[in-house]
Ligand binder design. Sequence first.
Ligand SMILES: [Zn+2]
Length: 501
Amino acid sequence: MTSIGNSDARVRIGLEIHCQLTALRSKLFCTCPADYRGKEPNTNVCPVCLGMPGTLPLLNRRAIEYAMMLALVLNCKIPSRITFYRKNYFYPDLPKNFQITQYNAYEQASVGVDGVVELDDLDGSSKTIRIRRLQLEEDPGRLAYDGSIDRSNYALVDYNRAGVALVEIVSEPDFNAPNEVRLFLNRLASILEHLGICNPALEGAVRCDANVSIGEQARVEIKNINSFKDVERAVTFEITRQRSLAARGIEIRGETRHWDDARRITVQARAKEEEEDYRYFPEPDIPSIVISSKDVEAIKASMPELPHARVERFVNVYSLSRDTAKILVGEKHLADLFEASIKYYDNARSVANWIVTDLKGYLERYDDGGGDGSSSSSNSVILAKVTPKHIAELAMLVDSGKINRATARQILQRVIATGMLPSAIVQSINVDMLSNKDELASIVDKVIEEERKAFMDALSNEKALNYLLGKVMRYSNGRADPKLVLSMLKERVIGTSKTGQ
Ligand SMILES: [Zn+2]
């Protein structure tokens, strides 16, 4: 493969990503807890984040450190002076009537600028995405709609979130296909988790806006994409919409659209007028921060192991294939589970294989693709029940030939339901692999009789045997030893060819 997916140079996609620094204990400019979720409305507030007259913001220095870490991982340059600006606008969720941010349209005062991320998919092709800037800013509050009031005329406002620290990452429009966007966001999620600065599985912790244009047509912005998973969907929809308009000779208007995650479409929000004038000016209550090269070195030295280094370690120390290592590290909890499991069973390749194919497969099937971000939380519920010891035992039972993989997958379901150890489950339900030729013969005969056509096909094409094998596995409730069944089926085929039936 020479490019990643259906890359089309005429399609240009840029991203604006907001990540809450969930690892911080307090908000960006006051001591209110950063963890605002699940609280009574307007209880997680103080005079500073409510913008009361006479209050002063006090910068959370750790937020700068975290943002600098991320900027360095995204290969950004760190300016020698970091400055905050006031972005002035009125909206009910913004109690101060201005937001403290870094972008000011004239100067680059952000935590990081001019970064690059190399995307390489599992086939080894690659692509460079440029990062325009990375900045710190405060989150506004939220409007809430209560069922008891008329939504068209009233809204309630909750300031619990107001002032929480966000990192905004702005990319250049370098993506040419939706799956490149997905690869980038997966990479970013893994980086955030490994740095330990943001938990992307938390509701609303990562939000994304995307801009999409095709050829010389106007640029359309999509707002409100509330999970990384939905970004690929929203962008795919938007490209299809713009192409079908263009095919009918209709001009694309520059506009802002909202992503409706229930209907999985973008809907028009407003036509794009002039760039709004936010009357930016330097925040007078927060002095600029001077960053020395020593500061940058100290941040670099404090960083934990990053995904790239972890993949290399998995390849070199545990002899995993690069693809397997990438899949594990792509989701930090899987990589952590792998490292904990091999303490109980030191066949690293076998354990890794089990996690990457069977466990991950199970999690993906469990995930109904609802797209609201809840799948990752339901996955974390499942993962909380599967301990390293469970994984180690399952891999060991399969390797020893005591059970086959299909049975092991069934046992995994029981592990999740009961928390029992796999060895105990094997004993309790007698699921030892069916590897008695006489017992299997009756099932094999029955399947050949029922599937005469598939069997005759198998005389000329061995691939047809897989279908028959699948049916034998079903009839044996997954207990049959697949290798043995396959050899038995081959024997019958050869026998039939010889007798010329
Ligand atoms: Zn506060």
